[in-house]
Design a binder for this molecule. Structure first.
Ligand code: TTP
Ligand code: MG
Ligand code: MG
Length: 440
């Protein structure tokens, strides 16, 4: 039977952190009671597809084999960065608010009768037990707003968040061989070569990035350093806010000792409750059962995945394509348009912008999709794929024009037009091709 047979230390959270950063006492992260089923954030005119919060389940099937990845190489040094109380921190910065006063971003609380949910809140509000995705009425009960209590409730402004996010991502991208923006406030970096395989240098790099983000954007960020994605993500939570935490390859077993199964991204409340009913609350308790016994209880796929998480053999691939299914832009007209030539001009410009964005990211695509919304909100998407992924603006301009011209219904007013590049790919040969054409 397998077990976590590494020498056990009393304080299992005292890993090999450099001395300057003796970790705060580890508190099990309070569980989210309310979970939003999907986290799809629409940022101004550009839309970004975020995956379901339980995105780690995909790893259970072994992950998808993307071409330009680092997964084939041995032991990687991955960094996961997640901004602290992101939306709230941006609002505090923008409106020069007191960070020690509870701030809640979300739907209008309507004096406690509001029916929406909380997006996020600052750490002062978290002291009242308020959390992301909690009903805003519940938040109000815990910490009422003016004049009944100290809570400050605001709706938030997406434009500000995406601007701040872009500034942070620019800083993070710099030292990463492979970079992946995983959501509006987090990114994965593969820094193995940049730090020459040195874990201490990786730690120092995170400190530098943290300082740089705070100095130039005014936000605090937390970092996790580990050999796999899931471990890096978990470690960025450990010393939040403004923390750095590192899990070396031979410390993974220690890290999971006594750690709640619920802390593992991908293990939802349902599965955690099921496992708890059988008497398994911590990761090491489930792990020592071994794949076979655990599989009989919780399913083979889950068991194999959990064993791999603890063995440190889940994905270490960092790739822009993992979290992005498509790149798209759309435009809503201030008054409905009946001049289809004018709409076509907007569509051309959107297509150009999508293609220049995809080129910046080194991504190509096989699918062109045009979205048309008519005055009465009736919405159609028309798509066409090409045999190989490309990033040629001309190809997609022609496709967009064709899709629009052959599908738009005459004499109807248009509310919105959009273009989307889908079936993304990151051809490994692209770099070589670019070099080649430069030499010619
Ligand atoms: P998170 O990184 O999950 O949360 P956070 O940055 O607010 O707090 P933490 O310090 O724990 O990282 O999410 C990033 C942003 O995404 C968050 O500021 C608001 C938004 N969000 C929602 O709108 N709804 C949600 O349910 C969650 C979890 C986040
Ligand atoms: Mg965050
Ligand atoms: Mg986040």
């Amino acid at each position: 039977m397998r077990n976590l047979s590494r020498p056990s230390r009393k304080n299992s959270h005292f890993f090999s952190q450099p001395l300057e950063d003796v970790p705060k006492e580890f508190k099990p992260f309070e569980k989210l009671v309310y979970l939003t089923p999907t986290l799809e954030i629409h940022v101004s005119e550009e839309y970004i597809n975020f995956k379901h919060r339980g995105q780690y389940f995909e790893d259970m099937s072994g992950g998808n084999a993307l071409t330009q990845s680092a997964s084939s190489k041995k032991e990687r040094i991955l960094v996961h960065c997640d901004l602290d109380a992101f939306f709230a921190a941006v609002e505090i910065l923008h409106h020069d608010l007191d960070p020690d006063k509870p701030l809640i971003i979300g739907s209008d609380p309507q004096g406690g009768r509001g029916r929406g949910i909380v997006s996020t809140c600052n750490y002062a509000a978290r002291a009242f037990g308020i959390r992301s995705a909690m009903p805003v009425s519940e938040a109000w009960r815990r910490c009422p707003g003016h004049p009944f209590g100290p809570g400050h409730y605001i709706r938030g402004s997406r434009g500000l968040y995406s601007r701040a996010s872009r500034q942070v991502m620019k800083i993070l991208k710099e030292p990463a061989e492979f970079f992946e923006k995983a959501s509006i406030d987090e990114a994965y970096l593969d820094v193995t070569e940049h730090v020459g395989g040195d874990w201490d240098a990786a730690y120092a790099l995170c400190r530098t990035l943290q300082d740089s983000i705070e100095r130039s954007v005014g936000l605090t960020a937390s970092f996790g350093i580990a050999p796999t994605r899931i471990l890096a993500k978990m470690s960025s939570e450990v010393n939040k806010p403004k923390g750095i935490f590192r899990i070396l390859p031979d410390e993974i077993g220690d890290f999971f000792e006594g750690r709640s199964l619920r802390d593992v991204p991908g293990i939802g409340p349902k599965r955690a409750t099921q496992l708890a009913e059988w008497g398994f609350v911590t990761v090491d308790e489930a792990y020592v059962l071994g794949e076979l016994a655990l599989g009989r209880m919780a399913g083979e796929r889950f068991a194999a995945w959990l064993i791999r998480v603890v063995d440190g053999t889940t994905s270490s691939e960092v790739s822009q394509l993992r979290s992005r299914k498509s790149i798209g832009k759309e435009h809503t007209f201030s008054t409905d348009q009946t001049d289809h030539e004018a709409v076509l001009d907007v569509l051309r410009s959107l297509t150009q912008r999508v293609l220049s964005r995809s080129r910046d990211m080194g991504i190509s695509g096989r699918l062109a999709e045009v979205k048309i919304r008519y005055t009465d909100f009736e919405t159609h998407t028309h798509g066409r794929s090409i045999p190989v992924a490309m990033d040629e603006p001309d190809v997609f301009l022609r496709l967009a024009e064709y899709l629009f011209a052959t599908n738009v219904q005459d004499h109807r007013g248009l509310r919105l037009i959009g273009f989307r590049l889908g079936q993304l790919d990151m051809p490994p040969t692209r770099q070589a091709m670019l070099l080649l054409s430069e030499e010619e």
